[in-house]
Design a protein around this ligand. Structure first.
Ligand code: ADP
Ligand code: ADP
Length: 225
């Protein structure tokens, strides 16, 4: 029998605006686990104007998913970097059944597996309010909300003093499209992971701190050390 790797892989699942990025930042720090955000990697490529960035931009601008093959290759490369030796907290990947299958195949090759899938659920009307008030730091990626999680000085990142910006794809029309795309292409992963016994449901309408506590408690209870 193959010895299972001690590396841990936790997948944060939930609609756009549920709080995956916010929670990933808290939990990765708390657990000392690499935070792998597919959206952040695409945005970084966009900024650097790489070929991948140029390709991703046409999809991101419309609120559509970037094709599976390039997304999977990008994540596979990211997960082989040294900071992922102990595993990773995945935020925004997988987003389709094909991505989920590819993830489990690549982890199996390394003698590892997905250990837990916290599914953060929030009503659609709340998502729109969250995304329209979201402000992001272009330097460190910290995420704020003008009402629910404001920076100390309006418009300025607490961490590094950079001027915060609003994401292009957080405009109301694009947000609607992203939620539709989530419902058709990503929501099937809820049942997929439930059937594997990996899903834990997390109420995403609670405070940021309470949501973090609930996710950490689920990890503590269900993921062996
Ligand atoms: P996702 O990565 O799932 O799209 P984010 O973490 O970027 O979501 O959060 C979306 C917006 O909602 C951000 O502005 C964030 O500050 C805010 N937010 C996140 N969690 C909560 C919460 N529990 N209560 C209120 N606002 C939240
Ligand atoms: P949010 O945090 O609001 O859920 P993300 O930052 O995760 O948004 O993603 C932004 C955009 O990047 C998506 O709308 C999509 O175009 C692209 N993207 C991110 N992750 C994936 C993925 N796993 N598969 C395909 N496209 C993705």
């Amino acid at each position: 029998m193959m010895v299972k790797s001690a590396a841990k892989y936790i997948v944060l699942l939930g609609p756009p605006g549920a709080g995956k990025g916010t929670q990933a930042q808290i939990i990765s720090k708390e657990m000392n686990l690499a935070h792998v955000s597919s959206g952040d990697i695409f945005r970084e490529n966009l900024k650097q104007e790489t070929e991948l960035g140029k390709l991703a931009q046409t999809f991101m601008r419309r609120g559509e998913l970037v094709p599976d093959d390039v997304t999977i290759a990008m994540i596979q490369e990211r997960l082989t970097r040294p900071d992922c030796q102990a595993g990773a907290l995945l935020d925004g990947f997988p987003r389709t059944p094909a991505q989920a299958e590819a993830l489990s195949k690549m982890l199996a090759k390394w003698g590892a597996e997905v250990n837990l899938v916290p599914y953060i659920f929030v009503d659609a009307n709340i998502l729109i309010e969250r995304l329209s008030g979201r402000w992001t730091c272009p330097v460190c990626g910290l995420v704020y909300h003008e009402k629910y999680n404001p920076p100390i000085t309006p418009g300025i990142c607490d961490n590094d003093g950079a001027v915060l910006y609003q994401r292009d794809d957080d405009k109301p029309e694009t947000v609607k499209r992203r939620i539709d795309v989530y419902l058709t292409q990503t929501a099937p992963l809820i049942e997929y992971y439930r059937l594997k016994g990996l899903l834990v449901e997390i109420d995403g309408t609670l405070s940021i701190d309470q949501v973090a506590k609930n996710i950490l408690a689920a990890i503590e209870e269900k993921v062996a050390n």
